[in-house]
Design a binder for this molecule. Structure first.
Ligand code: GDP
Length: 672
C-alpha cells in the first residue's frame, strides 16, 4: 500500500510544500505532492510530524479549515543513549527482527537506517555488509560468529539441513530427469514409451497412476522421470527454489526441427545449469530430417558430440520404440559423469513434486526425497504444512516401507496441500513440525501482504553493494531480430567491473508466462522492446514480483540499465486511469456537502478510489470517493454503463459535464 504525499499533508494538516521540505529533512525525497510513499514511510512521517496515529481519513467532505495550523511537532522522545552493544545476529535479518534486537520501534529503526542512507522497509531483509556501515550510528558492534546465546527472534531454521554429509555416508543415487521441448514434439509419448519398455516385472500387474514422477530400472541403473514435462513446470519448480532435475532431455521432432519453445527450453535448462541430452524424436516419420535438427542446434550453442561438443544426442521414436533403450543408456552415462550421490542415513528432505486434495484421504503429496530416507510415521513439514506421514505409496499404488534418495512417493497425513516445488523435511518431533508450520504460515501471510520483488533494476545497486547480486541477468524480448541485436550491442557496452550482464534468454515476440517464470526462477529482469506482456504473463508478473521494463527507444533502455548499475535510478510512479465518469446532476446533500449523479463511461469506480475532477480539460480537484450509492443503497463498486451517486472528499462544487477520472498510482515497473 502506498500513500500520496498530498493525502498525507492533508492528514497532517500542513501544506504540501512544507511537508515535502520536512520529509526531505528526514531523508525522504519526494518529487511532488502527487508522489507516493510506502505506508511504513508514511507512518514514520506521521510519527515524526506528530499526527495522531489513528486518524486515517479526514472527516468526510467537511471543508478543510482555512487557516493552516502549524503542525504539532513532537519533541524527540528522550531515549537513553544506547551504549555500544555487541550483537550477534544471523544475516540477512528483517528490519522488524533487527528492531527487536535493538529494542527499538521499527519506525525509529527505519528512520535511523535512512539517515545512514539505508532505505529498507519493515519486512525487508538486510545484509551484514549493509548494516555494518550503520553500526556506529546505531551504537552497536556486530559480532563475527553466530550467536551461541539465543537471539530474541529466532528465524525457524532447519538445523538438520545445515549439517554437511560426510563423504563416507554418500552413495550413488538415481538421476532425476525432466523432458523439455516444443509442444507436440513427443514428450508425453516418450515418457509413456520409456515407462512401458522399462516396467519392472513386479509392477507389471499394478495399475499405474500419475503421481508426478516415476522410476524405471534397467540392468545399468535406475532413473526417476518427472512426468509433468515442459519448461514451464520445470522452471516453476525452480522459482519455488526447487532444483530437482539432474538431467534435461530436450525432445525435438525430427520433422519439425528447432521451434520457439525448443529455444526457450534450451535457455531454461541453461539458466538452471542442468546438463542437456538431446532426443531427436519421430525419426520414423517420412519427413524426418535428424541431420538438419542437429545443425540447427549449433545456432543455439547446443554442441552435440557429433559436431565436437559434449552434449549427448540420440535418435528415437516414441512410436516404434526405436532408440529408447539407447536414450536410457545415454541418461545413465550422463549420470556417471555427474557422479550423483546422496546420504540415505539422515532425516529425509526433498521437494514436493505435486499435491492435491483427495476426497477420500485428504491432502496427498508426491514427495521426491533428495537426502535421507523417508519412512511412515515420520513427522514432516512440507511447504507451510505439516503432518505425520501415514503411509507411502509408489506410482503403482503399492505401499512402500521407505523412500531413499531420488525415490518419489505419494504420502498422506499432511494438514494442507503444499505447493509443487515447495521443500519438505523431516523434523525430530511432531511438535517441532507443527510449530515450524505455524511460523511458516504466519510468515507466508506477511509475505503475501508485501510480495517481495526478486531482482529489480531499481534496487540492483543496493543488492550489488550488499554483495547479493554480482551479475545482472536479463531476458530480452523484442519485435524483430534487428532490435534484439541492436539492444545486445548497446547492452554489451555497459559491462562494468562490479556487475556483469548475462542475457539468459532472448527471443522475438511478446513477453510470455514462461519468460516471467524464468525471470522469477533466475532472478532476472525482463526487457521488452516494442512488445508487451501477454495477459497470462501479466498475472504471473504480479504474483512473482518480476521487474518487467518496456521500452520503445534503445537509448532509454540502456540508459536505465546504466543508471541502475550506478545506483542512480529513481523509482518512477505514474497515475493509471481505471475509470471515467461524467457528472450528470448535482445535488446539495445537506450538511455533508455536494453529491453528484454520474454515469460510468469507462472502467469502474469504487469506494475510496482516488479521483480527479476534470473541468474543461483541466484537473480542478483531487480527492477520494467517500460515498458511493446506487439507488440510495451504499455500494462498494460501480461498473461501466451504470449510474451512481457519489461524494468526493474536499470537493466544493460539481457541474454537470465534469469528468471524474478514477486512477491508481503505481510504480511504473508494476504497470504493464
Ligand atoms: P508433447 O506435446 O511434446 O507431449 O507431444 P505428444 O507426446 O503429445 O505427441 C504429439 C503427437 O506426436 C501425438 O500425436 C503423438 O502420437 C505423436 N508422436 C509422438 N512421438 C512420435 C513418434 O516418435 N513418431 C510419430 N510418428 N509420432 C509421434
Amino acid at each position: 500500500m502506498s500513500v500520496r504525499v498530498y493525502m498525507l499533508a492533508r492528514e497532517l494538516g500542513i501544506p504540501n510544500k512544507e511537508l515535502i521540505a520536512r520529509m526531505k529533512e528526514l531523508g525522504i525525497e519526494v518529487k511532488s505532492h502527487s508522489s507516493t510513499v510506502d505506508e511504513e514511510i508514511a507512518q514514520l512521517v506521521k510519527d515524526e510530524l506528530g499526527a495522531p496515529a489513528a486518524v486515517v481519513e479526514p472527516p468526510a467532505v467537511v471543508e478543510p479549515p482555512a487557516v493552516e495550523e502549524p503542525p504539532a511537532v513532537e519533541e524527540e522522545q528522550p531515549r537513553p543513549e544506547a551504549e555500544k552493544r555487541l550483537l550477534k545476529l544471523d544475516f540477512p535479518i528483517a528490519v522488524k527482527d533487527l528492531a527487536v534486537h535493538l529494542e527499538m520501534k521499527p519506525n525509529e529503526l527505519i528512520r535511523k537506517l535512512m539517515e545512514q542512507g539505508i532505505f529498507a522497509t519493515i519486512t525487508q531483509e538486510i545484509y551484514r555488509d549493509t548494516l555494518e556501515g550503520a553500526s556506529q550510528a546505531l551504537g552497536i558492534e556486530l559480532a563475527r560468529a553466530r550467536s551461541a546465546e539465543k537471539p530474541q527472534v529466532v528465524k525457524k531454521e532447519v538445523p538438520e539441513e545445515a549439517i554437511e554429509d560426510r563423504d563416507e555416508d554418500l552413495i550413488p543415487r538415481a538421476p532425476v530427469v525432466t523432458l523439455l521441448g516444443h509442444v507436440d514434439h513427443g514428450k508425453t509419448s516418450l515418457l509413456d514409451s520409456i515407462r512401458k519398455t522399462h516396467v519392472s516385472e513386479g509392477e507389471a500387474g499394478g495399475i499405474t497412476q500419475h503421481i508426478g514422477a516415476y522410476r524405471i530400472s534397467s540392468t545399468k541403473g535406475s532413473i526417476t522421470f518427472i512426468d509433468t514435462p515442459g519448461h514451464k513446470a520445470f522452471t516453476s519448480m525452480r522459482a519455488r527454489g526447487a532444483n530437482v532435475t539432474d538431467v534435461v532431455v530436450l525432445v525435438i521432432a525430427a520433422d519439425d526441427g528447432v521451434m520457439p519453445q525448443t529455444v526457450e527450453s534450451i535457455n531454461h535448462a541453461k539458466a538452471a545449469a542442468v546438463p542437456i541430452i538431446v532426443a531427436v524424436n519421430k525419426v520414423d516419420m517420412p519427413k524426418a530430417q535428424p541431420g538438419k535438427v542437429k545443425k540447427q542446434l549449433l545456432e543455439h550453442d547446443v554442441m552435440i558430440e557429433e559436431f565436437g561438443g559434449e552434449i549427448l544426442c540420440c535418435d528415437v521414436s516414441a512410436k516404434t520404440g526405436e532408440g529408447i533403450d539407447h536414450l536410457v543408456e545415454m541418461i545413465l552415462l550422463q549420470t556417471e559423469i555427474l557422479e550423483l550421490k546422496s546420504n540415505p542415513l539422515r532425516r529425509a528432505d526433498g521437494v514436493v513434486i505435486e499435491a492435491k486434495m483427495s476426497k477420500a484421504t485428504g491432502p496427498e503429496a508426491t514427495l521426491l526425497v533428495k537426502r535421507g530416507t523417508l519412512r511412515a510415521g515420520a513427522p514432516i513439514v512440507a511447504g507451510v504444512f505439516w503432518g505425520k506421514v501415514k503411509a507411502l505409496f509408489n506410482e503403482s499404488g503399492e505401499r512402500m516401507k521407505e523412500a531413499a534418495p531420488s525415490v518419489p512417493v505419494r504420502v498422506m497425513g499432511l494438514n494442507g496441500v503444499p505447493e509443487a516445488g515447495a521443500r519438505f523435511w523431516e523434523t525430530g518431533t511432531e511438535k517441532e513440525a507443527k510449530s515450524t508450520s505455524e511460523q511458516l504460515l504466519t510468515e507466508e501471510k506477511e509475505r503475501q501482504m508485501a510480495p517481495a520483488r526478486r531482482v529489480s533494476l531499481e534496487d540492483l545497486y543496493k543488492q550489488m553493494t550488499a554483495g547479493k547480486v554480482k551479475e545482472l541477468k536479463l531476458i530480452i524480448k523484442a519485435d524483430v531480430q534487428g532490435s534484439i541485436e541492436a539492444l545486445l550491442k548497446s547492452i554489451d557496452e555497459l559491462k562494468s567491473e562490479k556487475v556483469e550482464i548475462d542475457i539468459i534468454h532472448k527471443a522475438i515476440g511478446d513477453i510470455n508466462e514462461s519468460d516471467i517464470i524464468l525471470a522469477a526462477a533466475s532472478g532476472a529482469v525482463v526487457i521488452g522492446f516494442h512488445v508487451k506482456p501477454s495477459a497470462q504473463a501479466r498475472q504471473v508478473i504480479k504474483k512473482e514480483g518480476v521487474d518487467v521494463r518496456l521500452y520503445d527507444v534503445i537509448y532509454t533502455a540502456t540508459d536505465e540499465i546504466r543508471k541502475a548499475m550506478a545506483g542512480l535510478l529513481e523509482p518512477r510512479y505514474e497515475e493509471f486511469s481505471t475509470g471515467r465518469l461524467e457528472v450528470k446532476e448535482v445535488f446539495r446533500a445537506s450538511k455533508s456537502g455536494r453529491a453528484a449523479g454520474c454515469v460510468v463511461l469507462e472502467g469502474k469506480i469504487a469506494l475510496n478510489s482516488d479521483v480527479k475532477l476534470i473541468r474543461n480539460d483541466e484537473v480542478v480537484h483531487r480527492g477520494k470517493v467517500d460515498s458511493l450509492r446506487r439507488f440510495k443503497e451504499e455500494v462498494k463498486e460501480v461498473s461501466v454503463g451504470m449510474e451512481c451517486g457519489l461524494r468526493i472528499s474536499g470537493i466544493k462544487e460539481f457541474s454537470p459535464g465534469d469528468i471524474i477520472e478514477v486512477f491508481q498510482i503505481k510504480k511504473i515497473i508494476d504497470t504493464l
